[in-house]
Design a protein around this ligand. Structure first.
Ligand SMILES: *Cc1c(COP(=O)(O)O)cnc(C)c1O
Length: 390
């Protein structure tokens, strides 16, 4: 196997980014609008769990994503937790989760007292591979009274969580027909895919419920924050209710009619999020331009390939991805080391779920070769929108 040409790769990154300062992976971009909304929020005194910015942020999220309802939450992980509870996941059930994802996807399943069951991803989308999953379920599971059961563990497999990796949508047409065939509830971890569309429909509109994240490294940030998306009115009402301690409205005494959570997004964070959302379109077009520049810079390299949005998709290109044509952990790490020495803070994929200490005993597909290959070959490139002038 030939070694990759590290010098060439670094020079292409430097050529695209054209900056002398250190190149972080993804930095939030703060304009005057953010400062204005935050100042207004501070002046109003409504900095905490109530205030107009939360409502405005939720309405803007509905408008932008096309989802009928958006409920702001304190972070993306809590949004996922509530999505799983409201989708009706019961303790002891198994939930199918991609092996290549951030830990929060799997953790949220555990918060709902269910067991994450790890499945492989597709090279085309970096998300769940519906063909491979269908063959796997046919082999290891059976339908009983209109529900799917794992023949090996005896547990019900009740849901599938898809994650739109790095902003690239999964093959939703096949995912939907698979969920229909195997009677799986579909939940979308859309934490990375605000601004990403599959066949003109915004991600997060395909499942029963979806979660967004506005953490500091995401395409827009509210400092910390998240949201639940759904097109079901009753689920939306329940989501609002249980993320705000399940307090019965309009009672003088605090009365709570079920187990609730304090997952409210503070108004201060919503003010920041709202300003960020107003500049999203502008960020998206600059990020597409950045992706194009990376594509131009890397198209003549024979040792690495720049990942491009899947068919029928419009991706937000949250993070640009470079893949080693010959996967090699050793060369991957060599490249990372030398990039860091040059102030280019590239990063590998997350540690695979089936290798995480808390999940080593969890069920998983025996063949996880694509996620394993991606782990050895994938690198996230500096992708801040600031790399392109507004
Ligand atoms: C960021 C992220 C989340 C949620 O993260 P929070 O930090 O809790 O907002 C969930 N899943 C994935 C895949 C993510 O990238």
């Amino acid at each position: 196997m030939d070694d990759i040409n590290i010098k060439n790769i670094i020079s292409s990154i430097q050529q695209v980014c054209a900056s002398d300062s250190p190149l972080p992976l993804h930095e939030p971009e703060i304009t005057e609008l953010e400062k204005h909304y935050l100042q207004d929020c501070l002046d109003s005194g409504w900095i905490s769990s109530a205030g107009k910015y939360v409502d405005q942020f939720e309405q803007s999220l509905q408008q932008y994503t096309g989802a009928k309802y958006a409920i702001a939450t304190v972070n993306g992980t809590s949004a996922l937790h509530i999505c799983l509870l409201l989708a009706g996941i019961r303790p002891g059930e198994e939930v199918l989760v991609p092996n290549l994802t951030f830990i929060a996807t799997a953790n949220a399943v555990c918060y709902a007292s269910a067991t994450p069951h790890f499945i492989d991803v597709s090279e085309k989308t970096l998300g769940v591979d519906p063909d491979k999953l269908s063959a796997y379920l046919t082999e290891i599971a059976e339908m009983r009274q209109n529900a799917l059961y794992n023949k090996l563990t005896g547990r019900r497999i009740s849901a599938l969580v898809v994650m739109h990796s790095f902003g690239h949508p999964c093959d939703m047409e096949k995912v939907l027909s698979l969920c229909d065939q195997f009677k799986l509830k579909l939940i979308e971890d859309a934490a990375e895919s605000l601004g990403s569309f599959y066949r003109q429909k915004h991600t997060g509109n395909f499942g029963v419920l979806a979660a967004l994240s506005f953490n500091g490294n995401k395409i827009i940030s509210s400092g910390g924050g998240g949201a639940i998306l759904t097109n079901n009115k009753s689920l939306a009402q329940q989501a609002k209710h249980i993320t705000t301690t399940a307090k019965i409205p309009n009672r003088i005494a605090s009365e709570h009619d079920q187990l609730g959570y304090n997952y409210r997004l503070p108004n201060l964070n919503a003010a920041l999020g709202l300003a960020q959302l107003k500049t999203l379109e502008n960020k998206l077009s600059r990020k597409r331009l950045l992706a194009k520049k990376y594509w131009e810079a890397f198209k003549s390299h024979t040792d690495v390939t720049l990942f491009q949005e899947p068919e029928h998709c419009q991706s937000n290109y949250w993070l640009n991805l470079l893949l080693l044509n010959s996967p090699s952990l050793q060369q991957r790490d060599q490249l990372i080391k030398q990039c860091h020495q040059n102030n280019i803070y590239i990063r590998p994929a997350w540690g695979l779920m089936h290798t995480q200490a808390i999940f080593v005993k969890n069920p998983h597909m025996p063949n996880l070769n694509v996620s394993e290959k991606l782990f050895d070959s994938l690198l996230c490139l500096p992708s801040s929108p600031q790399l392109i002038q507004p």
